[in-house]
Design a protein around this ligand. Structure first.
Ligand code: FES
Ligand code: FES
Length: 181
């Protein structure tokens, strides 16, 4: 019995050496050789050309590494690449594959919803996922959806404004939004 259990456990172990990993990134299947310990964020940034997801905290506190997994925002730093196999991974590059920006991206630019821009890919993906699920969100909905994304430059009022404008929802002036932060 113990022998069988040991055999079963031994068969399930992968690594520590690199193993074949198949990821579907922005609609394209790609093959990698990765150690099983490699996070999805490191796979994207160090082994593919999709570097839109940013590494800031690397410990699930900032949201700079946000990507969509089957349309749902996740922290790519908290997921192993091998766990993302068989799922649709969308990075910010996948929103405008032909260079035509989405409404959300256009409004981030129009509303000046960024300063250094390091947090921006994460916010854009989070807002895009929100609008796909809830096309007419309230300001509160936007703030809740973005609660896992931090902006150290403090661009929140303009991010919220960009999200609401992208949804075609009337917004308060920037000054009024600012007083609600
Ligand atoms: S880098 Fe992943 S949450 Fe900060
Ligand atoms: S624009 Fe700089 S961290 Fe958000």
């Amino acid at each position: 019995m113990a022998q069988e259990l040991n055999k079963h456990n031994a068969e399930k172990i992968q690594g520590p050496d690199a193993i074949p990993v198949q990821l579907t990134i922005n609609g394209k299947a790609q093959a990698f050789q990765l150690e099983p310990r490699v996070t999805l964020l490191d796979a994207l940034r160090n082994h593919s050309t999709q570097t839109g997801a940013k590494e800031v905290c690397d410990r699930a506190t900032c949201g700079a590494c946000t990507v969509l997994l089957d349309g749902v925002p996740v922290y790519a730093c908290m997921l192993l690449a091998i766990e993302a196999q068989g799922r649709e991974i969308t990075t910010v590059e996948g929103l405008a594959p032909d260079g035509k920006l989405t409404k959300v991206q256009e409004e981030f630019i129009a509303c000046d919803g960024l300063q250094c821009g390091y947090c921006t890919p994460g916010f854009v993906l989070t807002v895009s996922a929100l609008l796909a699920k809830n096309p007419k969100p309230s300001e509160t909905d936007v703030r809740k959806a973005c609660s896992g994304n931090l902006c150290r430059c403090g661009s929140y009022p303009r991010v919220v404004e960009a999200a609401l404008k992208a949804a075609g929802v009337a917004t308060a002036s920037k000054c009024e939004v600012l007083t609600n932060v």
